[in-house]
Design a binder for this molecule. Sequence first.
Ligand SMILES: C[S@@+](CC[C@H](N)C(=O)[O-])C[C@H]1O[C@@H](n2cnc3c(N)ncnc32)[C@H](O)[C@@H]1O
Length: 247
Amino acid sequence: MTILAADCRVAMPAHGPFDLILADPPYGDTSLAWDRRVEGWLALACAALRPSGSLWVFGSLRSFMAEAPRFKEAGLRYAQDIVWRKPNGTGMAADRFKRVHELAAQFYRSTGKWRDVYNDVQRVPALHKSKSVRKQRPDRLAHAGKIGALEYHDDGTRIMKSVVDAQSPRSGRHPTEKPVALLEILIRTSCPPGGLVGDWFAGSGAAGEACRLTGRRYIGCEIDPAMAARASDRIAGVLPFDTGGSS
Ligand SMILES: C[S@@+](CC[C@H](N)C(=O)[O-])C[C@H]1O[C@@H](n2cnc3c(N)ncnc32)[C@H](O)[C@@H]1O
């Protein structure tokens, strides 16, 4: 578990290859001094991924639209996205909807195949149990994904939905701190147990805490040395993963 106080473009490539890169860069959506888009990191991140690795990037629709061509140029292919719904969201403008969501999108190397990317789809307890065991129609397999067996057995769980509710942290550590519970979901889904997570814009070190709780190795990078020191202290204070736990 390490936090580097450095520019991720300089420091992080040498610490790969990463099983998972988490990136929560400044979105560049506002005129605030710290909210400036960082140039050139996407190609470096792509090159620092294992062939089975992937990159989850936080952003807004505005930031993804602005950066869209750069993902392709960097050699990254879009896989999926989730919505983080935050009941306590903030509205910066009085003439817009009150903003209570952010996006995170997953990318993988365009030279690879999605089926080779580590992907442990997370499941949650079913709210309503299915009454009968259904038989999968063979002609539906093509678009239904690789389900495998023809019979569907209800194990009382369901694939997690792409809208995730989590309170926006109000810890005062960082103005755009992400919830550990949300990061844990992305880490469990996209990094094997014991694998290496690179957190290229570490901020408060929330992803480091999530890695410690889920038993993944972690290297974070934060350009602000004072913030990096606080993140390091934060992670050191989290009890490590219990090796008897689940993935
Ligand atoms: C949106 S915040 C990340 C917040 C973090 N996810 C959390 O939960 O606390 C972006 C962070 O990236 C840092 N940053 C900006 N440019 C950077 C760079 N080139 N290398 C490393 N960190 C950078 C900023 O100082 C800021 O703390």
